[in-house]
Design a protein around this ligand. Sequence first.
Ligand SMILES: [Ca+2]
Ligand SMILES: [Ca+2]
Ligand SMILES: [Ca+2]
Ligand SMILES: [Ca+2]
Length: 328
Amino acid sequence: MEKKAASRIMLTLILISMLTLTFNFRPAKAESLYSCSITITPTLPTIDDEVKVTVGFELASISIDAEFGPLRQIDNEFFVDIDIRIPAFLLWVIGHAGKTYSLGKLPEGSYTFNAIVREWRQQPDGSWLPFPFVYWHSKSFTVVSIAVATVDIDPDTLNLRSKGQWITAYLELPTGYDVNNIDVSTIRLNDIFSVDSTAPAQIGDYDMDGISDLMVKFNRTRLESYIYNVLSKKYGEATLTITGQLYDGTPLKGSDTIFVNYAGDANNDGTINILDAALISAHWYPGPPIGPLGYDPNADFNLDLRVNIADVGILSVNWGQTIPYTIP
Ligand SMILES: [Ca+2]
Ligand SMILES: [Ca+2]
Ligand SMILES: [Ca+2]
Ligand SMILES: [Ca+2]
């Protein structure tokens, strides 16, 4: 232990002893020795989020032991009773990571979480005395509503042959919300991709259903590389989620599912050609005829535990193409 830290602990020990003595004689003047932290996750919860509260205690930068009671709720207030024990000597402090309470999903509104703390202080003879007051630590937070957007991503199917600079998303908002109020700079696809600024967002009604929609575009090469390399999705459905905010801070969220086919590279050399076709034939399964090398998942592009005509079809869609390159 460093000298500085040791002297800090010594100083705290002396301080605790002094306060303990003070408390024994003049309880009304004594103050809490510990600090309490209450953390709400996520910081700005929506009606769609599970709200969690983490309560922890520290004494001279050391997490301290506590007995956490059950969660109680009265209207928009949550309460927990907590007993914390402060040993006579700081070196006896038992580390404790705190406790996380789940408040579940909550309706829109303002809430307060209250930690009601009773402090037990160990006396020099080893016995425990309850501090005559309870400490009340509170944290307020707000649960906001969410505008659930209808999202249509275009195209519906992506394969290695499909060309184009962008992937387009059309967003519609439920009654009571206006797509003109969407702050386009806050829009993200799968929390990562922002809207391609070289393609201006437009408001129209592309599906002619009478509900205005906002059209935004995302860089196609980057998104394809992400689906292939990060989501490791080579064949099948991929769900893409759009999030963002209205100018008044209301979050919006919506998803669409597209179909991707980037499969066909059975030998993982980056291109789809006759070598991959040869592997399908060599691993043809279950046959007849059974391929001489038996089943191999690398040749089973749709992962249905068969290597057959369906995999040939998947390969032929992407014939002659290269797989999406990695975006750093
Ligand atoms: Ca679609
Ligand atoms: Ca529309
Ligand atoms: Ca290949
Ligand atoms: Ca297959």
